[in-house]
Design a protein around this ligand. Structure first.
Ligand SMILES: Cc1cc2nc3c(=O)[nH]c(=O)nc-3n(C[C@H](O)[C@H](O)[C@H](O)COP(=O)(O)OP(=O)(O)OC[C@H]3O[C@@H](n4cnc5c(N)ncnc54)[C@H](O)[C@@H]3O)c2cc1C
Ligand code: FES
Ligand code: FES
Length: 505
């Protein structure tokens, strides 16, 4: 190992009521590899090794405020070092944790319920399901919440059962609360976590490290980067972790704008957006599955720059701008610059970020009151409802006054080499009545504005047609037409504008 290298710290976490201390863990070692291969814990399963199946799910608890924050995550993509300072459970730990009082039972309710409801068939996916259920137990059952079918589907959105035993698994989730309770000794756990709380990295230290090792890869949730390790087999020996910098994890609400730190998880970032624009709630649930949203970050999504990434069309429609930072060696301070998100990309997965820069924050202009937010909608069409990436994504934000479109911003994904803005279609809408005639004109324009590719997800003509249909759908919704949130390919069900016009009150 060369001496001019970001230093490797020992890794410490709490497991089974004790502090585990592991020395010399390579920066690119995944948590799954650490648990299974280095620590001999085979209860964590390896399925896809790409964040898709959930077999490798483990649960993390981190001190937050006066309490604990519980998250189910995919250990196959998360880097081992990222759990430094956390408590960790695998399925095998649930019956062997002195801090977890099972009230005399032999199994945790998450396990007992799976047993009683026949939720396990092959058994291979089961430890992952049990861990997602354990996180649900801590987050919902222990909080006294009634566990609904809908909430369970959201909580298990990152777990696949290939023999489709979902009903019994959903039944298991809903029966956990009827079993004798299992309680974690939170005070004792917090005391242990206090002993291993990692020293936060300052923003200045991170920027200086970025300037010193420009070839080092920045890493946040590793839900993209982890794939280059597990699938691309590309060693990433030089990594700079962004998630330890407090400023990058902040959400700030200021008059007129919302600032989301680049290392805020997708789950928390979407929660902040939904608070401002409640109509985005459904779209937020369509981003990957819960474990990916609980690790992946908003800044990571933008920096990764996939043309089928989901946050960017939305943020383009919301006219977001990026705050980029680098270390200025002459002034010995951070230097910032701003860039509209729509101007950030220069080509397929290429962007204007300098080798010594990072994304610090995403700034989104906001009206003072959520009710003033105009007409803001985002739609994702994918082959699978949960845990799938977009075939096409369309987001629009309209300022309406007395039925007139004062301003329009439309972001689209899946139709070009980068996420883009539909400026020609915006021009057709702007200054016009929000009417059938205008929308039909806008549909024609958006269907001809781009030259999408045909690939395994969809043909070019399907994508073009989708763009028009999603605009039409949005107009229908604005007229109070209660369309269900169509899933996957059903979203293409053609709705003839003429027919719908006739149906209109
Ligand atoms: C199963 C699965 C499902 C997924 N589903 C979706 C989906 O539905 N929609 C979607 O859009 N994406 C999806 N993704 C992709 C991924 O989850 C997102 O792109 C996520 O936001 C990446 O964030 P991260 O923190 O994990 O990034 P990382 O993997 O840590 O980093 C990604 C890239 O960004 C760089 N980077 C990270 N943060 C910064 C920063 N602050 N400044 C500069 N560079 C930075 C890193 O160097 C790296 O090159 C999915 C991934 C998986 C595995
Ligand atoms: S092994 Fe499939 S999600 Fe991790
Ligand atoms: S029980 Fe394992 S795939 Fe269904």
């Amino acid at each position: 190992m060369p001496s001019d290298h970001p230093p490797i710290q020992p890794l410490r976490f709490v497991q089974r009521g004790a502090i585990v201390n592991v020395e010399r863990v390579a920066p690119e070692r995944t948590l799954l590899a650490l648990l299974r291969e280095d620590l001999g814990q085979p209860a964590v399963k390896e399925g896809c090794n790409s964040g898709d199946c959930g077999a490798c799910t483990v649960v993390l608890a981190q001190a937050e405020g006066d309490g604990l924050r519980w998250r189910a995550i995919n250990s196959c993509l998360r880097l081992a070092h990222s759990v430094d300072g956390s408590a960790l459970w695998t399925a095998a730990d649930l019956t062997q944790d002195p801090l977890l009082d099972l009230g005399g039972a032999q199994l945790h309710p998450a396990q007992q319920a799976m047993l009683e409801q026949h939720g396990s068939q092959c058994g291979f996916c089961t430890p992952g399901f049990v861990m997602s259920l354990f996180a649900q137990y801590q987050n919902r059952v222990m909080a006294g919440e009634t566990v609904t079918r809908e909430a369970t589907q959201a909580d298990l959105s990152g777990n696949l059962c290939r023999c489709t035993g979902y009903r019994t698994i959903l039944d298991a989730a809903q029966s956990m609360a009827r079993l004798p309770p299992a309680r974690v000794d939170q005070a004792a756990l917090l005391a242990l976590l206090g002993q291993i709380a990692p020293a936060p990295t300052t923003l200045a230290a991170l920027l200086q490290a970025r300037a010193r090792w420009p070839e080092a890869r920045l890493v946040a949730g590793a839900t993209d980067l982890g794939l280059s390790i597990t699938k691309g087999l590309q060693p990433q020996a030089r990594l700079l972790d962004l998630t330890r910098v407090e400023e990058l994890g902040r959400i700030e609400r200021q008059p007129g704008w919302l600032g989301i730190g680049a290392a805020v998880t997708l789950e928390d970032a979407f929660a902040a957006l939904v608070q401002q624009w409640p109509t985005l709630a459904e779209f937020a649930q369509r981003f990957a599955g819960l474990p990916v949203r609980q690790s992946g970050t908003l800044g990571g999504n933008i920096a990764n720059g996939s043309p089928i990434g989901d946050s960017m069309p939305l943020l383009i429609a919301l006219r977001a701008r990026l705050q980029l930072l680098r270390w200025d060696p002459d002034r010995q301070t951070a230097a910032e610059r701003h860039l509209a998100l729509e101007d950030f990309y220069t080509g397929y997965r290429r962007n204007r970020l300098g080798a010594d820069e990072l994304i610090e924050r995403i700034e989104i202009p906001c009206p003072e009151q959520p009710a003033d937010s105009g007409w803001t909608r985002a739609y994702k069409v994918s082959k699978r409802h949960e845990d799938d990436i977009s075939t096409v994504c369309l987001a629009l934000s309209l300022q309406l006054d007395n039925g007139q479109v004062l301003a329009a911003a439309i972001g689209v994904g899946g139709i070009a080499a980068t996420p883009v803005r539909a400026t020609r279609t915006e021009a057709v809408l702007t200054g016009q009545p929000w009417s059938v005639a205008t929308v039909q004109q806008a549909m024609k324009t958006i269907e001809s504005e781009f030259e999408p590719l045909s690939d395994l997800r969809a043909s070019a003509s399907y994508r073009r047609q989708l763009l028009g249909q999603l605009l039409w759908r949005s107009w229908l919704e604005s007229q109070g037409s209660a369309l269900p949130y169509a899933t996957g390919l059903q979203a293409l069900e053609p709705i003839s504008p003429r027919t719908e016009t006739e149906l209109r009150p």
